[in-house]
Design a protein around this ligand. Structure first.
Ligand SMILES: [Zn+2]
Length: 313
C-alpha cells in the first residue's frame, strides 16, 4: 500500500488502512462466494446507521439469509480486505424502530482505523444506492452490480458509478503584525446556534480549480480577498457525499460582509481570543472527526480543549 498519510494531523476519516481490492469486484460469482465463506466478515448498515459490538463495529459471519438478500438484488458492498478477512456491508433501508443503531458521527471516536474506514465507505455508498434507484437516462429501475460499486440499468445497458463531491474548506488567516496579532476567520451559519464557530467551506463548481474555489467561496461568504492558497490535507465526509479538501489562505483584506442566508455570525480570532472563548464558553469548535477542527488546530499550533460545555460536532 502507498503511504496515504495526510499532511494535516488527526484526520480520522482519512485513516484508511483497508485494501479495497477493487480488481476483484467484477469477478463472476465473487460476492456469492464470499457470502458462503465463513471467514468473511459482514456488517449490516441501515441507512446511515449501524450497531456496535462494544467499541467495534458489529461484524459477524455471513448467513443463508444474507445470500437470499443478495440473490434478490439487495445491495451487498465489498469493502475490501482487512487483516485476514474479506469485508462486506449489507446495505439495508433505514430502520427507525431500532434504537441500538448509531451514526458515524456518534461512533467515530470509539472505532479503530479499519472500522472507521469501513463505516465511512459503507455510509457513503448506502446513501448513494438509496438515492440512485432510477436511471438518469431513461428513468428505469437500476440494479446493484460489481459488488455494490455500480448500478446498472437493464433497460438501456448503462452503468452508473458512485459520486463524491469535492468541497473546499479553508483556514483564512490574516497575518497582522506578527504571531500574537495573527487572526483566523471563524463563522457560524444558520444551521448552528450559540457559540459554534467554524472555518468557511463550499463546493467546488464545474470548471473551477480548488484554489479558485477557496478564493470565490471566501469572498462570497465573508467579503474577504485571499491569496497564497496552500493545500493541507483532505478527508471523506459522507454526509452525504463530500470529499473535504483543506487549505490555508492569506487574507489581504479584513472588512467583513457576511453573506445573507449563509453566514449569521463572523469574526476574526487571535489565539488569545480562541483561548478566552473556549474558557468562557463563548466559543465552541467543530467536533474532532471534522477537518475543520484539524485546520483550526493546525493554525493554532496545538490541540485545543473542547471548552466549558464539552465538544460537539
Ligand atoms: Zn436506463
Amino acid at each position: 500500500m502507498p503511504d496515504a498519510t495526510p499532511s494535516l494531523p488527526n484526520l480520522l476519516l482519512a485513516s484508511s488502512e483497508i485494501d479495497r481490492d477493487a480488481a476483484a469486484r467484477a469477478g463472476h460469482g465473487f460476492v456469492r462466494g464470499l457470502l458462503q465463506d465463513a471467514s468473511t466478515k459482514v456488517l449490516e448498515v441501515f441507512g446511515d446507521r449501524t450497531a456496535l459490538d462494544g467499541r467495534a463495529l458489529g461484524w459477524r459471519a455471513p448467513s443463508a439469509a444474507d445470500l437470499d438478500w443478495y440473490e434478490n438484488e439487495g445491495v451487498v458492498l465489498y469493502l475490501g480486505r482487512a487483516g485476514e478477512s474479506a469485508r462486506l456491508a449489507l446495505l439495508r433501508p433505514a430502520d427507525d424502530s431500532r434504537e441500538d443503531l448509531l451514526t458515524l458521527r456518534h461512533v467515530a471516536l470509539d472505532l479503530d482505523h479499519d472500522d472507521l474506514a469501513a463505516l465511512t465507505t459503507a455510509v457513503a455508498l448506502s446513501h448513494w444506492h438509496a438515492t440512485h434507484g432510477h436511471c438518469p437516462r431513461c428513468g428505469g429501475a437500476t440494479l446493484p452490480r460489481q459488488a455494490g460499486w455500480v448500478r446498472y440499468c437493464p433497460n438501456d445497458g448503462s452503468s452508473h458509478f458512485p459520486r463524491t463531491d469535492p468541497a473546499v474548506i479553508m483556514a483564512v488567516v490574516h497575518p497582522g503584525e506578527g504571531r500574537d496579532d495573527e487572526r483566523i476567520l471563524l463563522a457560524r451559519g444558520p444551521r448552528w446556534k450559540g457559540p459554534h464557530r467554524s472555518v468557511l467551506a463550499g463546493f467546488v463548481e464545474p470548471g473551477e480549480s480548488f484554489e479558485a474555489a477557496v478564493a470565490r467561496e471566501t469572498f462570497e461568504e465573508s467579503g474577504v480577498v485571499v491569496d497564497d492558497v496552500r493545500y493541507l490535507g483532505n478527508q471523506p465526509w459522507p454526509f452525504p457525499a463530500s470529499l473535504m479538501v483543506g487549505f490555508v489562505a492569506t487574507a489581504r483584506t479584513t472588512a467583513l460582509t457576511p453573506e445573507d442566508g449563509e453566514i449569521e455570525e463572523i469574526g476574526w480570532y487571535s489565539r488569545a481570543d480562541v483561548d478566552r472563548g473556549l474558557a468562557e464558553g463563548t466559543l465552541r469548535l467543530p467536533g474532532r472527526i471534522s477537518i475543520a477542527r484539524s485546520l483550526i488546530e493546525h493554525w493554532y499550533g496545538a490541540e485545543l480543549p473542547d471548552g466549558v460545555e464539552g465538544g460537539s460536532a
